[in-house]
Design a protein around this ligand. Structure first.
Ligand code: HGY
Ligand code: MN
Ligand code: MN
Length: 420
């Protein structure tokens, strides 16, 4: 625990940091939709830009060295990154449509607050420390989750990224450029990853395991494999008032049957399957649709089960399509294999968070940047209790005491990993 880091001012000593509550208060109004009360912070759009300005402000207020990497991820460094063996913490600031306040931001705010707490304790890191905000984690705008971390880890090529488009036809490069980031710079960043000794992401739990067990904080064991599949149901547009039922080729019927089949196949396999997004053409009340496009999100404890569930849903769609005269095409838009977090780091975290009694270690069905990075660097996650388990909804919540416990746990982890 020696000395201040070169080129930086101690966090919490500049008077610029506003503490957990100040940071939370400043972030809260950004991108909040008045009617739904949920967040609409989409990658490279206005609310995201405001969140990114907030991150920069918090970094510079603490005298941390601020940088944006080639893929648009934001970093705030304490110490010299080129020293290697850095301990990095953070999460994301973007949201799903009408998301909650905690999924993502809790990890970034807690990261700055944990640095402040370290400093208040008098702990001085021997290894470089960084707070990171990974760009476009939710994939709400361009359809692919974890774009910032995937690009960095080389799991998404620049060419693939350049082909991504939002619902208005704006390409990812156009959106990046409009927000002031050079899209030609994107690509794998192995040198950056090589500097990281450990990445720890704190996140609100997206379930009720901690609540049921009476624990404020837990440690992640694994992330279920998951993916997104686009189902295109092509039928024939026609008049709703004059086309006999037996003459219709109605893709809405095939779609509806597929949604029910997805639920059943997932239930039978102990997996999850959700159609949460749908687009209809021409989308007229009095017209049979020509096309229904539905996006399936499916997850399971292992990859074989996931593959079997998706294959069964596809088969059900094709069978029903044959009856309805509807052509069904399925495209896999993304896939994330199972992630087993590094056992040693996971056990170290569990010991640091709760030295007297074992901290709960739990798997999750939700995807995270920590899962993407785990292929390249040792990663781990802390979860903070969510009393209702609700997430990806404005009703997402965490108690103030639990957020504080999360910051303390993260500070314990940073101190244990970086200050010895
Ligand atoms: O969809 C997910 O699992 C996420 O929360 N990124
Ligand atoms: Mn999420
Ligand atoms: Mn998240």
């Amino acid at each position: 625990m020696t000395g201040g880091a070169p080129g930086t001012t101690a966090p919490g000593t500049t008077g610029g940091g506003t503490g957990f509550h100040g940071m939370w208060r400043d972030l809260l109004p950004i991108g909040r939709h008045e009617r739904s009360g949920g967040y609409r912070r989409y990658a490279w759009a206005a609310a995201d830009t405001d969140c990114r300005a907030w991150f920069r402000q918090e970094a510079t207020a603490r005298g941390l060295a601020y940088e944006v990497d080639r893929n648009g991820n934001q970093w705030a460094w304490l110490g010299d990154p080129s020293q290697g063996g850095a301990v990095v913490t953070g999460s994301h600031l973007d949201s799903v449509p009408d998301g909650g306040a905690f999924d993502g931001p809790l990890g970034v705010v807690s990261a700055f607050a944990a640095l402040d707490e370290l400093w208040a304790r008098g702990a001085r890191p021997a290894a470089p420390l960084a707070v990171v905000n990974f760009g476009d984690e939710e994939g709400a705008r361009f359809g692919l989750a974890c774009v910032g971390s995937r690009l960095t880890a080389g799991q998404l090529t620049p060419r693939q990224a350049h082909e991504l488009r939002d619902a208005d036809g704006v390409s990812l490069p156009q959106a990046m450029e409009a927000a002031g980031h050079d899209p030609d710079a994107i690509g794998p960043d192995p040198e950056r990853l090589a500097r990281i000794g450990a990445f720890v992401e704190l996140h609100i739990e997206q379930g009720r395991a901690l609540d049921l067990g009476g624990h404020p904080v837990g440690v992640a064991s694994a992330i279920w494999p998951h993916g997104r599949w686009r189902f295109d149901f092509h039928g024939e547009a026609n008049h709703a008032g004059t086309t006999r039922l037996e003459d219709r080729r109605d893709p809405m019927l095939t779609y509806a049957t597929t949604v029910l089949a997805a639920r059943k196949k997932a239930r039978l396999a102990g997996a999850l399957a959700t159609f949460g997004k749908v687009a209809v053409e021409p989308n007229g009340v009095n017209a049979i649709p020509s096309l229904v496009r539905g996006w399936l999100d499916s997850r399971a404890a292992d990859e074989d089960t996931l593959a079997a569930v998706v294959a069964a849903i596809e088969q059900a769609a094709h069978e029903r399509g044959a009856r309805d005269g509807v052509d069904v095409r399925v495209t896999r838009e993304s896939f994330t294999p199972v992630v087993e977090f590094a056992h040693e780091l996971r056990d170290t975290l569990a010991g640091l968070v709760s030295p007297d009694a074992p901290a709960p270690v739990l798997p999750t069905g939700a995807g995270h940047d920590a899962g993407i990075l785990s292929a390249a660097v040792p990663t781990a996650m802390l979860f903070v209790r969510n009393p209702t388990g609700v997430s990806h909804s404005p009703a997402e919540s965490a108690a103030e005491d639990d957020c504080t416990a999360g910051v303390t746990a993260l500070a314990d982890v940073l101190e244990g990993l970086a200050c010895r």
